[in-house]
Design a binder for this molecule. Structure first.
Ligand SMILES: [Zn+2]
Length: 178
């Protein structure tokens, strides 16, 4: 099911600036450093695992905050997907975590179900966060005129559809979800 990834400009700026802060604080950069290394540097003690969620392929990922129940924060991503999709899922879950989407909850299971509620807006924001983290504006816009979509995908370790969505966002166009 596709959703329109509409995110107001002001929200985009806020997310861009959050990513800048994360990279500044961790002294990391993408794609020079892996998403895994960036997350580990930003969330102390975090555990990152791959899981098949009991064979439920509609579950893309899950986040557990450090709490009375959980000794360490944990991010789990769906293992049954391509390497590029795993990278994107990881960045997406990192987005939920950094954007405070868990609120007071201790954990969040990320399903591919969108019901047009606040949850859906959070999904769009996590997608934007992931795309902006994995295809940094400056590097991406410098290379984009000279490389094909598939070359850009390879350069940034993402899928071609992720590249197309990032281009559309930078052009200020509305896009279908990944
Ligand atoms: Zn999500």
């Amino acid at each position: 099911m596709a959703i329109l990834n509409y995110i107001p400009r002001t929200t985009q700026w806020a997310i861009n600036s959050l990513i800048d802060d994360i990279l500044l604080m961790t002294d990391k950069a993408y794609p020079e450093d892996s998403v895994l290394d960036i997350i580990k540097a930003y969330i102390p003690g975090v555990m990152i695992v791959e899981d098949d969620f009991g064979g439920d392929s509609s579950t893309r990922g899950a986040i557990f905050k450090k709490s009375d129940e959980f000794e360490r924060p944990l991010i789990a991503i769906q293992k049954n997907q391509t390497k590029q999709a795993k990278t994107f899922s990881l960045a997406h879950e990192f987005g939920h975590y950094s954007l405070g989407h868990l609120g007071d909850a201790n954990f969040m299971i990320d399903k591919e179900t969108y019901d047009g509620s606040e949850h859906m807006q959070n999904e769009a924001e996590a997608q934007y966060f992931a795309a902006a983290l994995l295809m940094p504006t400056e590097k991406f816009t410098k290379l984009a005129p000279y490389l094909t979509v598939s070359q850009l995908a390879r350069r940034f370790g993402v899928s071609e559809s992720a590249v197309r969505v990032r281009k559309a966002w930078l052009d200020g166009r509305r896009t279908e979800a990944l």
